[in-house]
Ligand binder design. Structure first.
Ligand code: SAM
Length: 282
């Protein structure tokens, strides 16, 4: 048993399943995760859910500064003691979904990286939050459920192709860096995991007139998965069938195609057609 695991066991701390507490104690695995995350002495890092601080310690050794957010109040004294000798570490107690992240991270070197073995009960909302909060990000390196990693990497027409994949691929270049079996965690979760590494792109792979429209149009297509994109447009934007057909035609798309089959380029064309329509009818 590792010393940290001993310490956690001695503190009689019960892992809280509801907080996604599946900890990593394997020092070799932790070191390779930090290497895969490409953290350098120039980088500041935001960590979500430090838990017992096992990954935090490796991050502090590699990075310029580490800011960790932990919700579980029981872990704060343990973490404070464990990280005492690191002067490049800041701990914030709170719920990552409720904190003001731009304000909290304002003091970090820009752009900063996020590296975390995240709590799985908030995977999709957390990735979405990190990508939409206006943070100056360099890279997200996240332990997620294997199924979520596959979803993020999926393409048009595949089951996983949806808002999460589109947003991640529009803003980042995601790759599955490492498969991590459930047995590596204490306690083991019900599913296998994967370490997803997502460097932010300098610019998106498609250019759109209005990004909000792009994501709203995509959402319209993904929301009604078994229906046509034309029907999705009618439902989401209260368009007449004639106007929706006009947009499909302006984007050069077959009016019977399903939204979930559209590529990022096709969604971008449709989004531009919708932006032009919206501005004309404002
Ligand atoms: N980093 C540690 C490790 O790898 O062993 C722990 C990872 S564990 C999967 C997730 C951690 O996130 C737990 O420490 C849990 O208490 C914390 N957590 C859960 N929900 C949170 C939230 N909403 N905001 C911040 N931390 C949270």
């Amino acid at each position: 048993m590792s010393k940290t695991k001993d310490r956690i066991h001695n503190s009689q701390l019960q892992y809280k399943q509801g907080l996604g507490q599946n900890f990593l104690y394997d020092e070799d695995l932790l070191a390779s995760l930090v290497t895969l995350a490409g953290v350098t002495a120039e980088d500041d890092v935001l960590e979500i859910g430090p838990g017992a601080g096992t990954m935090t310690k490796h991050l502090c050794k590699a990075a310029h500064h580490v800011l960790s957010i932990e919700l579980d109040e029981r872990l704060i004294p343990l973490l404070t003691a464990f990280m005492e000798s690191y002067d490049n570490f800041t701990l914030k107690q709170g719920d990552v979904m409720r904190l003001n992240l731009p304000e909290l991270t304002a003091g970090l070197r820009k752009p900063f990286s996020v590296v975390a073995n995240i709590p799985y009960y908030i995977t999709t909302p957390l990735i979405t939050l990190l990508l939409t909060a206006g943070l100056p990000l360099k890279q997200l390196s996240l332990m997620v459920q294997k199924e979520v990693a596959e979803k993020v990497l999926s393409g048009p027409g595949e089951d996983g192709w949806g808002m999460l994949a589109l947003r991640c691929q529009y803003l980042c270049e995601p790759r599955l860096a490492l498969d991590v079996p459930a047995a590596c965690f204490t306690p083991p979760p019900k599913v296998d995991s994967a370490f997803l590494v997502m460097p932010l792109r300098d610019k998106p792979p498609v250019t759109v007139k209005n990004e909000d429209d792009f994501f709203r149009v995509a959402q319209a297509g993904f929301a009604l998965r078994r229906k046509t994109m034309t029907n999705g447009l009618c439902a989401a934007f209260h368009l007449s069938r004639e106007d929706a057909l006009g947009l499909m035609s302006a984007a050069g798309l077959d009016d019977r195609v399903r939204g979930e089959k559209l590529t990022m380029e096709e969604l971008a064309r449709l989004s531009d057609a919708y932006t032009a329509y919206r501005e004309e009818h404002a």
